[in-house]
Design a protein around this ligand. Structure first.
Ligand code: ZN
Length: 247
C-alpha cells in the first residue's frame, strides 16, 4: 500500500468540514457477497438478476419473482459486516465523516453500527404492501413465502407485499435526493468499492467539490479523482483511520 496516498486522503478528510462516503458492491465482497454484475459468481449464476429482480416481473409474474429473485435477496441477509464497514462506523463516531450513501442492499453498514445511512437502492430489512403501503419487517414476507403463500399478501388489504429494495424499473427513493444534497454541500466525497458505472449514483462525484476513489479496478472517474487507491477497502480504511488518529 502506498503510504503517501493514505496520508493524502487523511489530510483531505482533516481539512474537510463535511465528508460523505459512497459505497458500492466492492465493499461487501470481503463479506462474501458477490457483485451481481460480475458473471459466474455463484449466487447469481442460475438466474438473471436483471430479470428476476425487476418491477415488471414483480407485477406481472409475482410467482417467478418470489421463486427466483426473492431467494437471491435472502442470501444477502446472512452475510456479516467486514472491517471496512466497521472502520466507516468508527470514522462516523469520531466525527471524520458525516455518513454513508450506499448502493448496497445488504444492511451491512447498519449492522456495523453506522448511524447516518442513505440507502439509494433500498434495503433488505423491510417490505411494504403495493396497494396500501403498509410497512412490515422482511421476516413477515419470508415467513409467508416459506409457508407457501406466493406471492405473500398484506394482512390489512390483501395486496401483494414486496421487499423495500429498489428494482430495475422502480423510481428512485427519497434517499437519492437527500444524497445529492449532502454531496453538493460537502467538501469531500470518498467513493469505495464502486466502479461508478451505475446511474444515477455515478452522478454524485460530478457534483462533489473533491473526491477520492478506493476501488480495485478502474472506474469511469479515475482521472478526475484527487487520489485513487487500488486496494481492498478493509485494509485501506483501517490504514486511513490509523493515520487520522495519529496526532
Ligand atoms: Zn395492504
Amino acid at each position: 500500500m502506498n503510504k503517501d496516498d493514505i496520508k493524502r486522503v487523511a489530510k483531505l478528510i482533516k481539512n474537510s468540514s463535511k465528508t460523505m462516503v459512497l459505497t458500492g458492491a466492492g465493499i461487501s465482497t470481503e463479506s462474501g457477497i458477490p457483485d451481481f454484475r460480475t458473471p459466474n459468481t455463484g449466487l447469481w449464476e442460475k438466474v438473471d438478476p436483471m430479470e428476476a429482480l425487476s418491477t415488471s416481473v414483480l407485477y406481472n409474474n409475482p410467482k417467478k419473482f418470489y421463486n427466483e429473485g426473492f431467494k437471491m435477496l435472502l442470501g444477502m441477509t446472512e452475510a456479516e459486516p467486514n472491517r471496512a464497514h466497521f472502520a466507516l462506523a468508527e470514522m462516523e463516531r469520531l466525527g471524520y465523516i458525516k455518513g454513508v450513501i450506499t448502493q448496497n442492499i445488504d444492511n451491512l453498514h447498519y449492522r456495523a453500527g453506522s448511524k447516518y445511512i442513505l440507502e439509494v437502492h433500498g434495503n433488505t430489512r423491510e417490505g411494504s404492501c403495493m396497494e396500501c403501503g403498509n410497512k412490515v419487517e422482511l421476516e413477515v414476507l419470508t415467513d409467508k413465502v416459506n409457508n407457501g403463500e406466493i406471492p405473500p399478501k398484506c394482512d390489512n388489504c390483501g395486496g401483494i407485499l414486496r421487499p423495500d429494495v429498489v428494482f430495475f424499473g422502480d423510481m428512485l427513493p427519497e434517499d437519492f435526493e437527500i444524497s445529492l444534497h449532502e454531496v453538493e454541500t460537502s467538501d469531500l466525497l470518498i467513493v469505495i468499492g464502486s466502479s461508478l458505472t451505475v446511474s444515477p449514483v455515478n452522478y454524485l462525484p460530478q457534483v462533489a467539490k473533491e473526491f477520492v476513489i478506493i476501488n480495485v479496478g478502474p472506474t469511469a472517474m479515475d482521472s478526475f479523482a484527487e487520489v485513487k487507491i487500488e486496494e481492498s477497502a478493509g485494509k485501506t480504511l483501517e490504514a486511513i483511520l490509523d493515520e487520522l488518529e495519529k496526532e
